[in-house]
Design a protein around this ligand. Sequence first.
Ligand code: NAP
Length: 543
Amino acid sequence: MTSEPGFDLLIVGAGFGGLYMLHRARRLGLRALVIDKAGDVGGVWYYNRYPGARCDVESMQYSYSFDEALQQDWKWSERFAAQPEILAYARHVAERFDLRRDIRLNTAVVAAAYDEDAGLWRVRTGQDETLSAHFCVMATGCLSATRRPEFTGLETFRGRTLHTGDWPHEGVDFSGQRVGVIGTGSSGIQAIPMIAGQAAHLTVFQRTPNFSVPARNAPMDEDYERSWKDRYAELRERARIDTTSGTVYDKSTHKALEVDAEERQREYERRWRKGGVNFMHSFTDLMVDEQANRTAAEFVRTQIRLAVSDPVLAERLTPRDHPIGTKRICVDTDYHATFNRSNVRLVDLRESPIETFTPEGLRAGGQHHELDAVVLATGYDAMTGALLRMDITGRAGLKLSEAWRDGPRSYLGLMVAGFPNLFTLTGPGSPSVLSNMIFAIEQHVDWIADCLAWMGTHGRSTIEAEPEAQEEWVAHVNEIAEQTLFPRAASWYLGANVPGKARVFMPYAGGVVPYRRKCEAVAAAGYEGFRLSTAQHRKVEIA
Ligand code: NAP
């Protein structure tokens, strides 16, 4: 093994995180390479091609802010962009900033190990090639490791099995087919109305009903677009300093129970008509006060009763086991009304659990359902899955899987003690999935790039989270989560959707503003809580 690095920085993942990291690394004069197993850039937007896939953060905000010309030039066609347009945007960014020449596609990373003697990360690919670099950034995504439950007999099913998170690129024509969808999270709720419109018959297998708000998607309103483009700098800044999630919403200043029932109803109705997750900002305390939360949940339950003609069916579709918003709120177009269609049927898996797949379909609650295709909308091993599916080894042979046996531990969601020079983008312990992901990515990439520049200027070659700082941060993340209603749901935020996964509330629920302040303060204090050292044989060279 050579002690000469092939690169200064290896970046795993060519989604929005990897693309921007490469751009910033280049500006520092670093030799950086992005590696991705996919056939193109785009990350989750490369894979999530299921019918109805679109983002539920508004297009004007689910976009990079780092380049004024880019945000002025790019034209979004809809209020909420659909997957093909988001993928086209990622490709545009790759080309516009000439990133492709440093991106290696169709290359999976299977392992990464820290070579202490050489002070290098050795990254092994699926082609059994080993690349080395001083630094490694894991831009592997939080919802990228798909989860396929182990249903008995699934391998015997003669029809087609699909997963929303790994959809065939040529598309799927369900015309004339009997289709089953398992799962009613964000993906299922988007796909179900679209599949119902095409298939001969659709059976929805629901384990837990979910809260969903209407998207009210529409072609981009030109005045609205102009209002953003004229004030982008100001509005992006507002997202940074005056929001909880890095998305500018219609903020409320009232608690839910501070106003009377009529005013509360008016506010919920107003937001319901506007559409989108803005609904969850109706009052300031919906995520911390159970009684306040109940008023919003009850409003949404009433909407389900209004949308679904059959009251028994409406009740089956009504969530009652968790406070609204504690599982990621879904955003839909005609989801509940889809159950009024004569070709759609709901199977409640709590009453009729799936027993086995058969060659012709599946049996649930003693009844056989004949199916030509099954869509698994069963989600992801969130936040840690993509990292742990690689074999990552830090100092002294420490495996990440071992370090995270009882749940992920990280300092600021950026680094893990025992894994020097390895950064995680939007990792557990950062606001990440509780915020606008592109916003979260930009903040992390900027912090990492500034850190690398600082190390170059100060002649440091190694940075590593101090175990004590990490423990303190983990305790703080847990404490903040406990002050919210989030832990009340068996959600993927907690790892509850993966059998055997440690139950730890993974993202930082304190909001993007205090989080950014903490990151900035840490940097300003010379990277407090990180151990920085200088190896004899090398320093980071910043051009
Ligand atoms: P998800 O929210 O984890 O939903 C998975 C669904 O599958 C749940 O209904 C779950 O039921 C069900 N399920 C899992 N295992 C099952 C089993 N063994 N038997 C029966 N049902 C089972 O996954 P997702 O819908 O893919 O969404 C994941 C996240 O990705 C979202 O929360 C969101 O953050 C993101 N996303 C965003 C968008 C968007 O921007 N619009 C779209 C798609 C995804 P239980 O609830 O009972 O576990």
